[in-house]
Every structure is written in C-alpha cells, then in structure tokens.
Design a protein around this ligand. Structure first.
Ligand code: ATP
Length: 516
C-alpha cells in the first residue's frame, strides 16, 4: 500500500512538472479541490472527451448530443430531488476538527475487512504453492470466515442505515466499529448531519429581484428538460439517447485525492430513453457497451470491475459503478443507472407540461424510462494517467519515466527533432511538421542531446519521435522511434504521414468497441 501511495505522489508531481494538471490559483496558495489543466493536460482531456463523444454519437445512429446551460431554472432542482436529497452525511472529529463523510469512513472499514481476507489468502497461496485450492481455503479457514462474517454483518447494518437515512445509526456504527480519526487517532466524534452539496448564487441585479440559482451538480437534468425538444426536432424514435459533456459543481465535504474528487469537474453523460418495462434489458446492454469502451483503451482488463449498488438513489431501480484500480484502490469512475421515469414524471408535475412520447408502434403515449451512463472526465483522466505512468530500468543501467498512454489519447503524437541545429536540419524538421500538423499534434524540439529529448517526450507519452540527421539531407529518410519499445527504424519522409496518422487514429479504439 505504501508503495502505491508513493506512486500516487509521484503521479501528482509528474502531472504538474510536465504541464498536465496545476492546482487552481496556485500563486494564492491554491483553492481546495479545484484544478487547472495545463498544455498537455488539456490535449489529453480533449482526446478523452472526443473518444467518448464519438463512441456515443458516431457509433450509435440513435444517439445525438446537446450542450445545455449550467444555470437552469431553480425549480428543476426541486423536481430532480437535489434540493431535498442531494446530501452527504458528515461527521467531525472533535480533536482534529477534521470533517469526514460518515459513509466513506464505514466503506473504508469494509475495505479493511476485505484487505485482511486478501492477505490471509495471499499468505496461504505462498505457503501451499501449486497445490493451493483458494475456494476451499476461503470456505474453511477460520480467520477468513471470521472476517467474512464481520464484514457481512457490517455491510448489512450499513446498507440498512443508508436506506433508512438513519443518521444516528450511522454514528453508532462508527462507534461500534471503533473507527478512529486518521489524524488525531481518537474516537471523539460529533453527531452525523446532512449537508447539501449544491452551490448556489444569485441571478439578477437587484436584491429584491434576484433569483437563487444553482450551479448544476450534474449535467443530466439539462438533457431531461430538453428531451422533447430533441425528440421532436430530430424526429427521434424510442429507443434513443442524448449525450452531453459539461461542467458540474459539488461542494464536496472531503476533497482529497487530487482530481479524483473535485468541487468543479466535468461529466460525460448520456440518457437513453426506452419503453417502460424494457429498461433492465437496456441497462444490461449499456453496462456491457461501457465496459468495452474502457477496456478498448488497453490499460488492463483486470483493472475494472462492476460494483452493484446496495443503496439505490431515490430515482433508480438498478445501478452499478464501473470501478477502476487506482493507486489508492478500486474506485468509481463511471455510474450506470436505470433511472425509471422518475425525472421526466417529476418535471411533468413541477412544470405542468406534458412530457410524454407517442409511440407509433404501440399506438400510445407514455413517459419513457431512462438508462443513464455518467462518467467523470477528470476521474477518467486520473485513471488513464495512473495506468500509463511507468518507471523503467533500461539495459544500459539508466532509468526512464514513460507515460504509456493509449496512443490515440496522447497529447502530442509526434516530436520532430533535428540532430543538430545546422546544415539545414531544423528547416527539414519544420517542413515535416508543416505537413503533419494538419492531422496530428506535433512538437518541434532541438534543445539538448537526442537522448534527453527522447526522455522529455517519453514523460508526456508521445508515441513517435522522428529524427532528421545527415542521411535525411541526402535521401529524404528519417529515423522514427517508438515510445514503448524504444526501437528505431528508418523510413522515407513521404511514408511518415500514413505510418503515424493511421497508428494514432481514434478509429482504432472505436473499432475495438465494436469487436465481439
Ligand atoms: P462519489 O460516490 O464518488 O461521490 P457519485 O456516485 O456521487 O460519486 P455520480 O453522481 O454517479 O457520482 O456522478 C457520475 C460520475 O461523475 C462519477 O462516476 C464520477 O466519475 C464523476 N464525479 C462525481 N463527483 C465527482 C467529483 N466531485 N469530482 C470528480 N468527478 C466526480
């Protein structure tokens, strides 16, 4: 674990050093849980967004996009349930004065039981070697069984407390489990209170005329309130989907772990409108489609898992998370929810407008049911960076840090480098860039030794380095070096475009999603 935390720290400083992510307002000592993306970060982020967007609106003829405003009529948040129920249970430690989410403290405790069990299994696997029967060990070992029983009991109690919104019981669980504050080490806890996560501000110039508005805590509502506009103007037939990418804001109680939990972040959400009664079929289908989208990146299939929800949100009849193995454990990156007709029916009620769809095949009108896929751009960014960050020992004894990013997502696709700054090499390098720059992001670099220049490109994940040398001037060939293998080959300049553009194209990723 300590080693993993170490990797995470390195990742955070690497992100800053190489222009991926900066603390917001850094020269004023920063603003908590708000971050800015630098010159490389913004490219990676844009590529992630394009990958998602194209996978939705290009690969599905029945999915279209919108871009709705951040400000919306305040009654929308009443109808959606956010004014009354978008709360987190918070608890303070009286000694450290630190604030925690009560549910997260208990989830961490559950993870501790899991860790204990995993450790026992690993220890036994080592001891027994080849003949180890894991299933049998799990079913018979007393320590495993004890921890398993404790975990299950805690889990049941926790799920019930959450479902009943029983704040006293949440506190009692923390007390009974003897959970201590990681800072003070004490069990001196306050009561548990509910805290609404929405930011509000005022719209309008005069105090009397001002309207209290919220910064949207999710992009989904912009889709719901526009669903009939899109359906009618786009002549959409159910089932169909609407996709949107945009900023969302949540006044998170505990904002730790870098860009994992931010107060201003970006979401990529898609609402898929279906016939009532068919929602669970579509829920399963979107679960599989979304998992394929993640796996196509090649970050490692074993790094993903589904986590089905125990506590269903007020609007859902099925829900799962896609979790990714971050340096600090498996964490939610994406949520997939079957939201029933909750939102649309509620908007009908609050707005007084009909939001029904006339189904020509069934010859009747109904409020559609909705499957939602909702993924945080920033969390996705973090998972890609975490999986890509690699420290390698080289054969010559040196080491390198390389970001093994999926090539289609890399901020810079090719760096072009003149071996020396003379004999017309810089001009030749520039000529190559002038041809490639219409297709891919290129970078020119002439400073320092070639070795150092390669390292700089490795550190930002550039898949190709092209070097212009003396031979280039004679026969119009260059060396092209591959990031992961560090192998070099000599190719004709007029082949570069097809080699590079084909290799880094998003098309390769999109095609993988469609493979069975
Ligand atoms: P969590 O349980 O981690 O608070 P959530 O279940 O509230 O997340 P959703 O409301 O399902 O999250 O939001 C969908 C997605 O938006 C999440 O899977 C996550 O990727 C992203 N997201 C949510 N809150 C944040 C945040 N504070 N910072 C960054 N991304 C976020």
């Amino acid at each position: 674990m300590a080693q993993q935390e170490d990797v995470f720290k390195k990742l955070v400083s690497h992100s800053k050093e190489y222009g991926f992510v900066f603390q917001s307002s850094e020269i004023y000592d920063g603003l908590s849980a708000v971050y800015d993306y630098g010159q490389n970060g913004v490219e990676l982020k844009n590529n992630i967004k394009k990958y998602w967007w194209d996978s939705m609106v290009l690969l599905h003829e029945n999915v279209v996009g919108i871009d709705s405003a951040i400000f919306m009529h305040p009654t929308i948040w009443k109808a959606s349930g956010h004014v009354d129920a978008f709360n987190d249970p918070l608890i303070d430690n009286k000694d450290s004065k630190k604030r925690y989410r009560a549910d997260v403290l208990i989830e961490d405790q559950l993870a501790k039981y899991d860790d204990k069990i995993t450790k026992e299994v690993e220890k036994a696997a080592k001891r027994f070697g080849e003949s180890f029967d894991e299933a049998q060990f799990r079913a018979t070992n007393t320590r495993v069984l004890e921890n398993q029983a404790k975990r299950e009991a805690l889990h049941e109690r926790f799920a019930k407390a959450l479902n009943d919104s029983n704040l006293e019981e949440l506190r009692q669980i923390i007390v009974d489990e003897e959970i201590v504050c990681p800072i003070s080490g004490t069990k001196n806890w306050t009561e548990v209170r509910q805290f609404n996560l929405m930011f509000s501000t005022e719209m309008g110039s005069t105090a009397e005329g001002a309207l209290k508005v919220y910064l949207r805590p999710e992009t989904a509502q912009g889709i719901f309130v526009n669903y009939l506009n899109v359906q009618k103007t786009g002549r959409m037939k159910i089932p169909f989907g609407i996709a949107q990418i945009g900023k969302a804001f949540r006044n998170e109680i505990v904002a730790r772990q870098f860009i994992f939990r931010m107060r201003e972040f970006e979401q990529m959400e898609m609402q898929f409108f279906v016939r009532p009664g068919e929602e669970l079929k579509w829920f399963d289908q979107w679960k599989q489609t979304r998992l394929k989208w993640h796996k196509a990146l090649g970050l490692g299939d074993q790094k993903y898992r589904f986590h089905d929800h125990d506590k269903l949100a007020h609007y859902a009849n099925a829900a799962t998370d896609i979790e990714f193995q971050m340096p600090f454990g498996f964490k939610e990156v994406e949520g997939i929810h079957s939201r029933t007709d909750f939102d649309l029916s509620s908007h009908e009620q609050y707005s007084g407008k009909k939001l029904q769809y006339f189904d020509p095949e069934l010859n009747k009108s109904y409020v559609p049911y909705v499957i939602e896929t909702s993924i945080g751009v920033d969390r996705m960014f973090l998972s890609v960076m975490a999986a890509a960050y690699t420290e390698e020992k080289l054969e010559n004894g040196e080491s390198r840090v390389v970001l093994k990013l999926p090539v289609a997502l890399a901020p810079v696709k090719v760096a072009v480098m003149p071996l020396t700054k003379k004999d017309g090499m810089p001009e030749k390098a520039q000529e190559i860039i002038d041809d490639l720059k219409f297709d891919v992001k290129c970078q020119y670099d002439e400073k320092d030794s070639i070795g150092k220049r390669y390292r700089r490109q490795d550190a930002i994940g550039t898949p190709f380095c092209v070097t212009v040398d003396h031979q280039t001037l004679q026969d119009n060939t260059v060396t092209i070096r591959h990031r992961d293998t560090m192998e070099q080959e000599r190719v004709a300049i007029d082949q570069l475009r097809s080699i590079i553009v084909d290799y880094v194209s998003l098309r390769n990723l999109l095609k993988k999603i469609k493979e069975d």
